[in-house]
Design a protein around this ligand. Structure first.
Ligand code: HEC
Length: 109
């Protein structure tokens, strides 16, 4: 019941609110998340982190944090020339899926 109310509220209050609570209302699909993660790992990996000290690890990061950051990039609330192109092709479901996948991987640091 509470989930249903949250979902309806998200629809009523528009995209910003809906995005903020996607982690709560969308059920993550781990298989899709794993497929999507391959592309992310081109940048978010150990060797590039050491090389540039610029690509944050995603493994073991908090699920809701990743969802929120992806939404922020998508909404332009957080700027990154790298990440803007990445989130452009991700749906809300995709962002939840890939966030969930990384959140359940063993932490790297
Ligand atoms: C072309 C390289 C590149 C690719 C590909 C890429 N990212 Fe990023 N990502 C970055 C960079 C650089 C940053 C740091 C942005 C900043 O804060 O300036 C970042 C930041 C992030 C953050 C914020 C991390 C934090 O600690 O706040 C998340 C979450 C994230 N990326 C998720 C993803 C996901 C999920 C994918 C795959 C769908 C992806 N990225 C693909 C380069 C990339």
């Amino acid at each position: 019941m509470i989930k249903k109310i949250a979902f309806t509220a998200a629809l009523v209050f528009g995209s910003a609110t809906a995005m903020a609570s996607d982690a709560d209302i969308i059920k993550p699909n781990l298989v899709n998340g794993q497929q999507l993660s391959q592309r992310c790992l081109a940048c978010h990996n150990e060797s590039r982190l050491e090389e540039f000290n610029y690509f944050p690890y995603l493994e073991g990061q908090k699920y809701k944090y990743i969802v929120r950051q992806l939404n922020n990039f998508k909404l332009g609330l957080r700027k990154s020339p790298f990440m803007e192109g990445e989130v452009a092709y991700l749906s809300r479901q995709d962002m939840v899926d890939v966030a969930y996948f990384f959140s359940v991987q063993p932490k790297k640091q």
